[in-house]
Design a protein around this ligand. Structure first.
Ligand SMILES: [Zn+2]
Ligand SMILES: [Zn+2]
Length: 169
């Protein structure tokens, strides 16, 4: 994955296209209760596709905001909040109710794009987080580190990407 490589995500009908360029911050699966609730809310919309994986985890690829853009169909995007006070927005392509990415109201310099919507060669999965919320019947593979909460290494990666972004690298 080089700095200039671009990967494309689309909604399931193809009206919305998103472009992510360069190295992602991280590629992870989240099992937290918000992501599980968010996935089931979106999956309940008409014609919606699966948002989470069969084991209840939701796979994301995190990108800096300056490396992620909507290249087609931006007018079809709509934000959903779990509750009115939520700081996070799950952004959906209203043409086909596909979940495309997750963003914060303010602050964070990254977005979490739903991995399932990308095409082509994707960055490898690096970790699973918030596994303490996973369903009891799910046994996680040990191919990548599994964390019960948010590991320090992830916070460091997020911080480092903030610094790199502010110096234009
Ligand atoms: Zn669509
Ligand atoms: Zn989560």
């Amino acid at each position: 994955m080089t700095r200039s490589s671009v990967i494309i995500a689309t909604c399931s009908c193809g009206s919305v296209e998103l472009k992510a360029s360069g190295k992602p911050i991280v590629s992870s699966v989240c099992y937290c209760d918000d992501c599980q609730r968010g996935a089931s809310q979106i999956e309940a919309l008409p014609n919606a596709r699966a948002v989470s994986d069969p084991d209840g985890g939701t796979a994301y690829i995190l990108y800096r905001k300056d490396r992620f853009e909507c290249s087609k169909g931006a007018e079809l995007l709509r934000s959903y909040k779990l509750k009115e006070t939520s700081a996070t927005n799950r952004v959906i392509a209203t043409c086909c109710n596909s979940a495309v990415f997750l963003k914060f109201d303010r602050g964070p310099h990254w977005i979490s794009a739903y991995r399932a919507r990308f095409r082509g060669e994707l960055p490898p999965l690096q970790l699973r987080i918030c596994t303490k919320f996973k369903r009891d019947d799910v046994v996680l593979p040990e191919d990548v580190p599994n964390y019960r909460g948010y590991p320090l290494g992830l916070l460091v990666k997020l911080l480092a990407s903030r610094v790199a972004m502010s110096v234009g690298r």
